[in-house]
Design a binder for this molecule. Sequence first.
Ligand code: PEP
Ligand code: MN
Length: 354
Amino acid sequence: MADGLDALRAQIDALDSEILDSLARRAETVERVRALKSDLGREMHDPMRAASHIRDLVARSEGSLPAHVVERVFGEIHDAMLGVMRGGADRYASGPLGGARRTFSLAGTEVGRRAFWIAGPCSVESAEQISGVAADLGRLGVKMLRGGAFKPRTSPASFQGLGLRGLILLREAADANGMAVVTEAVDERSLESVVEYADVVQIGTRNAQNYALLRSAGAAGLPVLLKRGFGSTIREWLGAAEYVAAAGCDRIVLCERGIRTFETETRATLDISSVSVVRELAGLPVVVDVSHAAGRKDILVDLSRASFAVGAAGVMVEVHPNPPAALSDGQQQLTPLEFAAAASDVAASVERAP
Ligand code: PEP
Ligand code: MN
């Protein structure tokens, strides 16, 4: 009995070796296809061909294997080989993100070279609120002013933002203090206004896989700050960035803002490792939004320190003149005074902080 088992196992080992040899030959052939396509200037990936090829294989197997097994095995082989086609580990470098800039200048800040803060209220609420906080932040050396004019809220009954009026107030407040405007577009309609008034288009976590909006934002001519979807893997986030890049944007900033886990002490779970992983995979500048990750203000200094320490290009933080009276996210916003203290704590303890 035991001999029989060993013999069968040996047969499986031999079959696996054959499969391995076949895969190696397949990879070599894929490499030749890649070189030829590159000479001919042809698109590397042809999803229609891949799908029809797998259908043919299902038909050819004539029931010797269940269709879902053939689909799954060849689907995996195909995806893995696509990596070879795009240049192995350098998949992102040879895809649309290969053309994205690693550094660029924005409001006098060399994004990707010098660490920076993006600060401002969750929502633009009034002229007094935004002009006051912008003046305070400007005095502290902050060059990028954030503030939502179009707010993606969980409930339709919550404050939805001042819309166009909010954008105008934000622009005026930024101009009065020599700052750049970073603000969210929630759909293609708001994108048109955002493009008119902002310096950076923010795509929020809820829209992180809205591919139509990603394409439009990518084609809008401004830098795009792309938040990570709270349920997105790093690869899905980079896929979203590829949409933005493929539409023509070469100034992309990725923004880690925490993901949803079982943890409830914080609003989201800050995935600090994503900063290193993304820099390794795609080399794009990453900003960490500590406010939406934490959902509370007492740990923002720690999270900011951690972010700069792992190489974040910048940190986004919500600052409001009177957080208890804020129309959104009051619990997590710092006052300008608290921000000033936090920024100096972070600068004192992390070498590459702003
Ligand atoms: C924001 O930055 O205003 C915001 C809504 O963030 P997120 O999309 O990460 O929730
Ligand atoms: Mn907020």
